[in-house]
Design a protein around this ligand. Structure first.
Ligand SMILES: [Zn+2]
Length: 191
């Protein structure tokens, strides 16, 4: 009918269809491409935990509240994307430790920004001690939302920043572990 009438097909019919979130990785926009890898809250919570030094599956579950299926799916995706690597620490059954790759560690500034934004805008009292105190080990300067140290100008990385939990946040994390049935103490550094 289109041909016989001599009409030209509207170009919208030929335009690539946006089929869903997973296809966002096809765009040239780097922000959309990043979000196709790390754009849900579960994944960013996992990145947070990995930066805190959490390595084990059950500890991720305890601290994030994710179901085992969801956690497994997200970890697999992050491994496929080269953000996370896993190494076995036990046979029968095989159990794995998870760590960030260099690509994963490069998300550190994203976490610093989220932390800074959350402290400013997400209902935390200014009088309250920060949940996590971060210090640049190179100069002892306090770490805020900036990707470089505001005291000495050095680029901040997970390796040159030490983190310590406030008493209340450490208690919250311990409570999460014990509620989940983990007896282990909460780690208190990010390296
Ligand atoms: Zn510094």
């Amino acid at each position: 009918m289109w041909e016989s009438s001599g009409w030209i097909l509207p170009t919208v019919l030929y335009a690539p269809r946006f089929a869903g979130w997973d296809d966002v990785g096809d765009t040239l926009c780097p922000i959309a491409r990043s979000l196709s890898v790390i754009g849900d809250r579960w994944t960013m919570l996992l990145i947070r935990e990995l930066l805190f030094g959490t390595k084990r599956f059950d500890e991720f579950q305890a601290q994030t509240g994710m179901s085992s299926h969801l956690l497994s799916t997200r970890l697999t995706r992050l491994e496929e994307e080269g953000v996370v690597k896993r190494t076995p620490y036990q046979d029968r059954p095989v159990r794995y430790d998870y760590r960030l790759t260099e690509k994963g560690k490069d998300l550190f500034p994203v976490i610093l920004s989220l932390r800074g934004w959350g402290n400013e805008w997400c209902g935390l009292k200014t009088s309250q001690k920060p949940a996590v105190r971060m210090v640049h080990t190179g100069c002892g300067g306090e770490v805020g939302a900036d990707p470089t140290c505001t005291t000495c100008g050095e680029r901040l990385t997970p390796k040159n920043v030490s983190s310590s939990f406030s008493k209340l946040f450490a208690r919250e994390r311990t409570h999460r572990n014990t509620s989940f049935g983990l007896e282990k103490r909460v780690r208190n550094n990010s390296n």
